[in-house]
Design a protein around this ligand. Structure first.
Ligand SMILES: CC(C)(COP(=O)(O)OP(=O)(O)OC[C@H]1O[C@@H](n2cnc3c(N)ncnc32)[C@H](O)[C@@H]1OP(=O)(O)O)[C@@H](O)C(=O)NCCC(=O)NCCS
Length: 283
């Protein structure tokens, strides 16, 4: 039997924050969007967003590349921001050189004591991608390529390794709900988060879901539509719901792409929970 998980009080509930009557409206806005106290931070944010958030064409690109770095924790050279990019708690967003943040992306580094979002050199974020922190951290390593309409949520730590390819409509769910009680809606039972790690060079196919606490080993491939629960070994090809390993990429295949009978990978090929592992791996 699994032991009951504890609610993590650091994972905030947006509606409660939005309508917290102990705070003024401007305080609530500052807490949720700006993340820093004082009028200067608020005015700077409002002025920059007003001027260039939705401005089309080359002038918009130019203005955003010059002005958004003034809001960010750090920003390298040749960074491109499309139109309608939402930045929350921007002082906790760190972007290296040659990053593309396409139209409609949301970079939300919200949290009270988190480090926020870090995008490595050459990262590409496809249109409408959401990176959403709830007091968690998101690290996207160098040259990772994230397809459009992807969501990465983190209430603890989610890492996407170097040169990872993530196809469109993928969801990395770096947090979970408690559901042990049946007398309360899940919505009212609190939150937990163990984090997610996606190793270097991994390819996640379209519509993949990676659940909280999962780890995808380096150079693995996850087939389109799979749901990853637990651990996928490095160099594995895994498909389905839950994702199960169908092949090891290091195993030689015959002309039809199938492993010869004698070379088939041995042992249990299903994804395993990190807690099942004896090497003490924790996220
Ligand atoms: C997983 C994938 C890479 C193929 O890997 P592969 O090792 O060549 O797999 P095969 O085609 O030999 O299929 C192996 C088995 O897995 C099944 N399979 C393959 N892809 C699958 C998928 N996405 N979901 C469920 N089953 C799948 C096959 O039907 C086959 O089953 P069988 O042995 O019962 O016949 C590919 O199918 C895939 O999903 N690619 C992702 C495409 C994508 O999302 N592109 C977005 C652009 S970035």
């Amino acid at each position: 039997m699994t032991s009951p998980r504890e609610h993590d009080a650091r994972i905030t509930v947006i509606q409660r924050e939005l309508f917290d009557e102990r705070k003024s409206k401007s305080q609530r806005y500052a807490d949720l969007v700006i993340g820093q106290p004082g009028w200067w931070a608020l005015l700077k944010y409002e002025a920059i967003i007003l001027v260039c958030w939705g401005m089309p064409g080359a002038l918009g690109l130019l203005l955003r590349s010059r002005l958004y770095p003034l809001l960010l924790g750090s920003c390298g050279r040749d960074v491109v921001f499309g139109t309608g990019v939402v930045l929350r708690h921007p002082h906790k967003i760190h972007i290296a050189d040659r990053v593309v943040v396409d139209d409609g992306c949301c970079l939300d580094a919200k949290g009270t004591d988190n480090q926020g979002i870090r995008l490595g050199r050459g990262v590409f974020l496809g249109r409408n991608t959401i990176l959403s922190c709830k007091n968690g951290d998101i690290v996207i390593e160098d040259e990772a390529n994230i397809g459009f309409n992807t969501e990465i949520f983190s209430a603890s730590r989610v890492r996407v390794g170097r040169k990872v390819l993530i196809a469109a409509y993928t969801y990395l769910v770096g947090g979970d709900h408690l559901y042990d009680r049946i007398d309360l809606p899940v919505l009212d039972q609190g939150r937990t988060a163990a984090g997610i790690d996606v190793g270097d060079h991994v390819w996640l196919g379209a519509h993949v879901v990676v659940t909280d606490g999962s780890r995808v080993g380096r150079d693995a491939i996850i087939g389109a539509g799979a749901v990853v629960v637990g651990e996928i070994p490095e160099f594995a090809i895994a498909v389905g719901t839950p994702a199960r390993v169908v092949r090891d990429r290091r195993t030689p295949t015959d002309a039809g792409g199938r492993p010869p009978e004698s070379a088939a990978p041995e042992s249990d090929t299903s994804a395993r929970s990190p807690s099942d592992k004896s090497d003490g791996y924790t996220l």
